[in-house]
Design a protein around this ligand. Sequence first.
Ligand SMILES: N[C@@H](CCC(=O)N[C@@H](CS)C(=O)NCC(=O)O)C(=O)O
Length: 223
Amino acid sequence: MGVEIYGSEGSPACRCVFLVARAIGLDYTLKPTNPMAGETRTEEFLRMNPAHTIPTMADDGLFLGESRAIATYLVNKYAPESELYPREPAARAVVEQRLFYDVGLFAALRSVLGALLYFKSPEQFEAALPQVDECMELLETFLKRSPFVAGDHVTVADLAIVANVSTIEAAELDLSRWTRVQRWLAKMKALPYYSVNEAGAQYLGGVFKKALFQARKAKFSAS
Ligand SMILES: N[C@@H](CCC(=O)N[C@@H](CS)C(=O)NCC(=O)O)C(=O)O
């Protein structure tokens, strides 16, 4: 049956997995799944992933949630020699550290987006923005130390992080302060398989911009 990924292209977590799969040349079947329509809350889905999140992967009887766990599994199983996930312990540890950093980055992005989509609150949005800034500052520091986030070549950590940073850029949040981040982003966009991230980042960035516009308009009308 091959690898199946339950997900959607708007989700940054799913795009991390799509990027990794493309990077290692793995064919997978996308099972389009929309959490907003309750599709991750069905009995069948919850059996695969009780956390009701996308991406969820099915492969040869293994069902796995969590994008970063899926990404590293795919490299371990299908491209074990790939430098995307180095085998040498110290190099691998740095990649894993950056993947844990990415958990915080995704949470920061979710806070700013959630403030608008769920709470429709420009104030909550403004209050959440420093979390994104802090993550960008740290990313800039990583990139002062090496050309890619975990060393001198692309790893799964770059692919996870770019799914979030490209969404932040598409949402037109100001990245101008972080020049290394911008240079790194340009290099990531030049990768031959980057296109799998593009439409989803633009889509979610667009959702974000619209929600910000509407929340500010509603606030203005009410004042
Ligand atoms: N830590 C998870 C987060 C995934 C996540 O939050 N996915 C969202 C879509 S971007 C989702 O499925 N939300 C539905 C829900 O939480 O019920 C991962 O990296 O896979």
